[in-house]
Design a binder for this molecule. Structure first.
Ligand code: CU
Length: 150
């Protein structure tokens, strides 16, 4: 009797171990599966916004005048509404930066020296905004332009 019981107990333990491994594998794969539906849910929210005209945004590039004049290389920019980032290169010996203002938005990028890059980001609704250099006097001298958001 006893010699029979021991192999049976061992077999049960072995079976439990296999089931345990299998179930832990399943639970780990199901936990990663449960985090995956969260991503499509976010994508669904994002895909809803473009139909409303938002969420697209974009990255716009501009440059300060390399000769040292107080102006940008562009006087008008356009973007889709959403998160809009302006990136300005400064090839000029004069420090410059880029900022966005208008419709309740007032975002200031940092002022950078020659070779630097100033970046400013705003969540913009459709409308007209002004981008300008935040260095005192530069905007007044003409270092500004119109950013049209659609
Ligand atoms: Cu400037």
């Amino acid at each position: 009797m006893k010699p029979n019981r021991v192999p049976l107990a061992l077999a049960l333990v072995a079976a439990l171990a296999v089931v345990g491994c299998g179930s832990s594998n399943k639970s780990s794969s199901s936990s990663s599966t449960s985090s995956t539906p969260a991503a499509p849910a976010t994508t669904g929210t994002t895909s809803t916004s473009p139909s409303g005209g938002g969420g697209a945004g974009g990255n716009l590039k501009l440059s300060a005048d390399p000769s040292g004049a107080l102006k940008f290389d562009k006087s008008s920019l356009s973007a889709k509404s959403g998160k809009v980032t302006l990136t300005m290169d400064n090839p000029s010996a004069v420090p410059h930066g880029v900022s966005i203002e208008g419709n309740g938005v007032d975002e200031e990028g940092k002022v950078v020296n020659q070779g630097g890059t100033s970046t400013v980001t705003g969540t913009l609704k459709p409308g007209k905004y002004t981008f300008f250099c935040p260095v005192p006097g530069h905007r007044q001298a003409g270092m500004q332009g119109t950013l049209t958001v659609q």
